[in-house]
Write a new protein. Structure first.
Length: 262
């Protein structure tokens, strides 16, 4: 299976840091932030570094590269926040083109669904990229959109954009991941699903409290193993966004679960 983690792009090696960390763990999928997730400032990417990154990625056998959009992005906002969000997402799409990433994943934000759709289209137009733009299901709270399969269907209707499934987000919204998957299939969204964020959840099912836990140490139990057994998702990249200090332990758990699910 294609699997890996969200990695840092900090330090002297910048974007190359993520590839070094992936190699050290022996995984073949990488997710990164193209800039600080909590700042609007863009991260410099000289052409020489982008070229080096692409060549190094090929040498290290990384099969899937994903950029996660900034947490500040809210495509449902109005005024300056909307404009900043669109520009930030466009920057991620441009970085994806330069680095050779297959996808950019974004939380849709809070507000009206038509506004979110407008933001997605504007960002894609500003930065044409071969990377697919993926909308991630959210953990709810406030007026956040994308928390149910129905809302995701409304966001994606008539667009070329895809979908990322976060297991912990589905869980705290009251769904077992397989139940969420079933609902996506009923709505005709399964062909759009391109990525799984494979996370355990610290809080109970239906709590709407989004805190990730290490695999097997949260509240999801057999619900995660149940998803791993589902043939509908096994060809997809699995990215873990679990506590960073426990990557090696989470990797061992993931691989042991994969063996059990065969």
């Amino acid at each position: 299976m294609i699997h890996g983690f969200h990695f840092s792009v900090g330090g002297k090696e910048s974007y190359l840091t993520a590839l070094r960390e992936a190699e050290a763990l022996g995984v073949n999928a990488v997710q990164i932030f193209a800039k600080s997730p909590r700042a609007w400032r863009k991260k410099n990417l000289p052409p020489s570094l982008a070229e080096n990154f692409r060549a190094t990625r090929e040498l290290k056998g990384i099969q899937s590269l994903v950029i996660h959009a900034s947490y500040l992005v809210n495509l449902g906002a109005e005024g300056e926040l909307f404009e900043k969000s669109v520009l930030s997402l466009a920057d991620d799409l441009e970085k994806a083109r330069l680095l050779g990433a297959e996808a950019v994943v974004v939380h849709p934000g809070s507000g009206e669904i038509e506004r979110i759709r407008e933001g997605l289209f504007k960002a894609a137009k500003l930065a044409p990229s071969p990377a697919r733009l993926l909308v991630e299901n959210t953990a709810g709270g406030g007026n956040k959109k994308g928390k149910t399969p129905k809302e995701l269907a409304e966001i994606l209707e008539g667009t070329p954009f895809g979908l990322a499934l976060d297991t912990a987000h589905a869980w705290v919204m009251g769904y077992r991941p397989v139940e969420f998957l079933d609902a996506l299939e009923e709505l005709g969204l399964l062909p759009r699903l391109a990525l799984v964020h494979f996370n355990d959840a610290r809080y109970e099912q239906g709590s709407r409290r989004d805190v990730h836990a290490s695999l097997g140490e949260g509240t999801m139990g057999e619900a995660l193993l149940e998803l791993l057994k589902d043939p509908r998702v096994r060809p997809l990249p699995f990215i873990m966004e679990t506590p960073k200090a426990e990557d090696a332990k989470n990797l061992a758990t993931f691989r042991s679960w994969v063996e059990k699910s065969l």
